[in-house]
Design a protein around this ligand. Structure first.
Ligand code: ATP
Ligand code: MG
Length: 258
């Protein structure tokens, strides 16, 4: 499985939420590493309850630490089907929030770092910065496959169209669109596919549980694996592993229970 970049045009659409929860939901299928590739404004660590300062990707890019010292293990406990817990582990490579640590970073080194990690993992997920700055472009181009996260609204979809165009001319394959914060906007799903020119491979519903669990420093898929929003993430993970699960856009619901 290649390195997967989670990207978007517009900021704040849910890339870090998707990266963290995808890491959890892929963990029963193999060895997973999730990397904070948003080195200018990192916050993946907060989803896993890690407190900065820590040894981070920035130290690795500066060659002042070993890669293994910047990788943190997170225990994942999910309820299994026969009353047995599925216990697995995923790895997180965070980035430091320190402005000082960001000085003199050679982003180009990220490609080598990813290359050296590939043989150790079945899935590597990179949470990429929004937009088209060098902080976004280099991680995106360092991956073999990318996924565009959009919200079901025109502005977010149109911005992602631009990112898709850059990916196309750079030879990065956009494997699909993930519509996050979905509340039954069926027409927007179709619109996203037409405008961006890629298939919607995941619908993640709007849920208050996302913020609640983030405040607790635990991804919703870990804290509440049976919640509807968590099932959306598990379905997405199963699609990424090749299972044929249809994406079924549903219409507006009266209640959107997590
Ligand atoms: N499915 C969802 N339901 C409800 N709230 C959500 C959902 N997904 C994300 N959010 C909320 O949206 C906000 C932005 O999410 P997140 O930080 O994951 O976005 P991002 O794309 O990584 O942002 P940035 O571009 O700043 O890196 C957070 O407050 C998060 O809790
Ligand atoms: Mg983010």
């Amino acid at each position: 499985m290649p390195v997967l970049a989670v990207c978007s045009g517009k900021g704040g659409v849910g890339k870090t939420t998707v990266s963290a929860n995808l890491a959890v939901s892929l963990s029963p299928f193999g060895k997973v590493l999730v990397i904070d590739g948003d080195i200018a404004l990192p916050n993946l660590h907060t989803f896993f309850g890690l407190d900065d300062p820590f040894v981070s990707l920035l130290d690795v890019l500066k060659d002042i630490t070993y890669l293994k010292d910047a990788i943190y293990g997170i225990k994942v406990k999910l309820k299994g089907s026969e009353d047995e817990d599925i216990v697995s582990e995923l790895h997180v490579l965070p980035a430091s929030t320190s402005v000082k640590a960001l000085e003199e970073i050679d982003m180009e080194r990220l490609k080598d770092v990813l290359e050296s990690l590939k043989r150790d993992y079945d899935f590597i997920i990179v949470d990429v910065a929004a937009g088209l700055s060098k902080y976004a472009i280099i991680p995106m181009l360092s991956a073999e496959a990318s996924y565009l996260v959009v919200n079901p609204e025109k502005a977010s979809i149109i911005d992602s169209q631009k990112v898709k165009k850059i990916a196309d001319v750079s030879g990065v394959k956009v494997e699909g669109i993930i519509v996050n914060r979905y509340r039954g906007e069926k027409k927007m799903v179709e619109y996203a596919e037409n405008v961006v020119g890629a298939e919607v491979i995941g619908l993640i519903r709007e849920s208050k549980l996302i913020r609640k669990c983030w405040e607790e420093g635990v991804p919703v898929t870990m804290r509440k694996p049976y919640a509807k929003v968590s099932r959306d993430f598990f379905d997405l993970a199963r699609r990424l592993t090749g299972e044929k699960i249809e994406v079924k856009p549903y219409g507006k619901l009266k209640y959107h229970l997590g």
